[in-house]
Design a protein around this ligand. Structure first.
Ligand SMILES: C[S@@+](CC[C@H](N)C(=O)[O-])C[C@H]1O[C@@H](n2cnc3c(N)ncnc32)[C@H](O)[C@@H]1O
Length: 392
């Protein structure tokens, strides 16, 4: 909604109670990515107040703009929440009273399709469906008092109860944040961009490095690396749930995007080499590259990893590997042997390169025979994978 010259009583309330106020936010992270997210926040400067790592993410404060900035610029969190209320309730009347005290119509568009997600732990109110059923009509009746809007938006409310303490939050992001809105062509088993970013960071990738992504699949590592290099914010090409809120001012958000765009760097050098054995993967990466100029530094080729020979004159950079495992490993191919061969190839031809590699378990990680790597458990696709990092 943009502000009219003669603001209505409703617009004045939105301005006073939502826009001019400080809010509490929470950046939800996959296990292990919290500190990385905290360090990313440092780069966003003043609007982000008092960031602190807590279990499952990073809490911070600020005006709405801080939440917009975080959604636009942070690469590691899965979603951003706006905290709406926190209260004790051991029975339904107490819950209903506290839910009624939230100014729902100032936060949400009047026509919002509201999804309510409830989780309960050690609380007297423990039936999540019953909690959602009690809250929904209260919220809905308040929305009908707001300014009529045709947003057609889905808004997700998260209600968490633990030891009778309720925390009510509104999802700012909409689609999960790993959806950067630029990888239109995908083949099976893509890595999440949030995780790809963490692996790039931990393997020591800086924008100026050469990157080799020799089992690229849909090209997640390569595309994320090109975004980092070009300083394209992860949220630049997507939309967010908050864009339908009554407190959203498009002109303010467009200003943030304009400032970000002024910092874009379009450079073809040094190259990012994305390759795969599967021609469908190479086609997908090429199709993704063709959609955006800043992806021009990626070169996609069909080549077997075991046939890649980096030119001796090539500056040593970073190599990232997310080899197949489980069912995706070719029929009759033994995982131990496959990872052993990968280790041998890396030692032979990539000496001095910085490596990041995802292994399905400790055994395959050991088969690499790269003792110098430090290991870290990474949660992905419902599995605990072992990531290895270090100089080969
Ligand atoms: C788990 S997927 C990688 C997914 C990728 N990180 C993404 O985000 O889309 C593993 C990829 O390794 C490729 N691959 C398997 N063996 C290969 C080899 N010897 N050389 C090159 N690519 C290979 C497969 O075709 C598959 O695309």
């Amino acid at each position: 909604m943009s502000l009219s010259k003669n603001p209505s009583a409703f617009e004045k309330r939105v301005k006073r109670r939502i826009i001019a106020r400080q809010h509490e936010f929470f950046a939800v992270c996959s296990p292990g990515l919290e500190s990385l997210c905290r360090s990313e926040m440092d780069e966003l400067g003043d609007p982000i107040l008092n960031p602190r790592v807590v279990k499952g993410g990073v809490a911070f404060e600020g005006r709405l703009e801080a939440g917009y900035l975080a959604n636009l610029h942070l690469r590691s969190p899965s979603r951003l929440l706006l905290r709406l209320a926190s209260f004790k309730a051991a029975n339904f009347p107490a819950l209903e009273k506290s839910i009624s005290s939230v100014d729902w119509e100032l936060f949400l568009p009047s026509d919002a399709d509201i999804r309510i997600q409830v989780s309960c732990k050690k609380s007297r109110l423990f039936h999540s469906d019953a909690i959602a059923q009690r809250c929904r009509p209260i919220i809905q009746s308040r929305l009908s008092t707001g300014a009529p809007q045709e947003s057609g938006s889905i808004q997700t409310l998260m209600i968490r109860a633990e030891n009778d303490r309720f925390q009510v939050s509104l999802d700012m992001s909409g689609a999960l944040l790993h959806r950067r809105g630029i990888k239109g062509h995908v083949i099976s088993a893509p890595l999440r961009e949030t995780l790809a970013f963490a692996l790039l960071k931990e393997s020591g990738f800086h924008g100026g490095d050469i990157l080799v992504d020799p089992m690229c699949g849909s090209g997640t590592f390569s595309i994320e690396a090109a975004m980092i290099r070009s300083r394209v914010p992860p949220g630049f090409f997507r939309s967010f749930a908050f864009e339908a809120w009554p407190g959203f001012r498009p002109e303010n958000f467009n200003h943030l995007k304009k400032k970000a765009k002024e910092k874009f760097i379009l450079s073809r050098e040094p190259e990012i080499f994305a390759s795969d054995l599967d021609p469908r993967a190479v086609d997908a990466v090429r199709a993704n590259i063709s959609a955006h100029e800043f992806l021009n530094s990626i070169r996609a080729e069909k080549i077997d990893f075991f046939d890649i020979m980096p030119r001796p004159s090539l500056q040593k950079g970073v190599i990232l590997l997310n080899p197949p495992y489980g069912k995706r490993l070719g029929q009759g191919q033994n995982a131990d042997d496959f990872y052993h061969e990968i280790g041998q190839k890396l030692t032979r031809d990539f000496k001095g390169w910085r490596l990041g590699i995802l292994c399905p378990d400790h055994r395959t990680r050991k088969e690499l025979s790269l003792k110098q790597l430090r290991s870290r458990i990474i949660f992905h696709g419902g599995l605990n994978l072992i990531a290895g990092f270090g100089v080969i």
